[in-house]
Design a protein around this ligand. Structure first.
Ligand SMILES: N[C@@H](CCC(=O)N[C@@H](CS)C(=O)NCC(=O)O)C(=O)O
Length: 251
């Protein structure tokens, strides 16, 4: 870790698309940070001691604790104003925030419910996905507690057939909207170029569009079929190209 950022720690799940948003923001700024990979389920023992709610990502910067990917981007833009992710102009900044909230809600939440509906019944696949980058005791622990974690995930995120079907429709509608936007422009917000809106869309869609990324190797059959169905869509090539251009680490 570099001497100038000795205290920057990201608490995260390696497999999580919203943690990928935070990682990308940190990498984009060129900041050195360490990751602390938590195990989904028991993660709450750590996160609830650090922050008001249980979710990751959480960035700890010395005394400061910032929870949530959007809040982390806000914080990093203030801490490190070069390489801004929020456009400088008020209108473009508002556009970027609006896109980000829309994408978090319509793609972030829906893709997660739909993905885990298909992944959780496959214990090995789900375990590999959830334990990416986890400490050594992850696999023996999951050998004991996976059924409890799975039950808790289904209940907390309301993952059932009805919600998965609703999430899939929501995801499809958001992708149509994104395709339409991308037919008119290369970047989602304002005239200035790459922003938090583009970063959010691409990070949230990475598990679908970048199956070679470290955090998205295993795709359930339904997700793989969805991927094949959308490979020729404008959003798909755009995600791959944007990763190549702005996130070399995963390109
Ligand atoms: N919109 C929030 C979503 C945070 C979120 O739901 N994180 C999930 C992982 S993708 C999580 O930590 N779930 C476990 C929990 O809520 O305890 C963000 O982007 O930070």
């Amino acid at each position: 870790m570099a001497a100038e950022d000795p205290m920057l720690t990201l608490y995260q799940f390696e497999c999580s698309h919203c943690c990928e948003k935070a990682r990308w923001a940190l990498d984009y700024k060129g900041l050195d940070y360490r990751t602390r990979n938590l195990i989904p389920g028991p993660h709450r023992l750590v996160t609830e001691r650090l922050a008001p709610r249980s979710h990751v990502p959480i960035l700890v910067d010395g005394e400061r604790v910032v929870q949530g990917s959007s809040e982390i981007i806000d914080y990093l833009d203030k801490r490190c104003p070069s390489a801004r992710l929020t456009p400088a102009g008020a209108t473009a900044a508002q556009q970027a925030h609006e896109w980000e909230h829309y994408l978090d809600r319509e793609i972030g939440v829906s893709i997660r419910c739909w993905f885990y509906f298909h992944a959780l019944p496959k214990r090995n696949l789900a375990t590999r996905c959830l334990l990416q980058g986890a400490p050594w005791y992850g696999p023996p622990l999951y050998a004991l507690i996976f059924p409890v974690v799975r039950r808790a995930m289904r209940s907390r995120m309301r993952i059932d057939a009805e919600n998965a079907a609703r999430s899939e429709s929501q995801l499809r509608a958001a992708l149509v909207h994104l395709n339409e936007a991308l037919r008119r422009r290369r970047y989602l917000a304002g005239p200035g170029g790459f922003s938090r809106a583009d970063l959010t869309a691409c990070a949230l869609l990475a598990p679908l569009c970048l199956p070679n990324a470290a955090y998205a190797r295993d795709l359930p059959k339904a997700v793989a079929a969805f991927r094949t169905e959308h490979e020729a869509d404008p959003f798909f090539g755009w995600v791959v190209e944007t990763y190549g251009r702005y996130r070399r680490r995963y390109a």
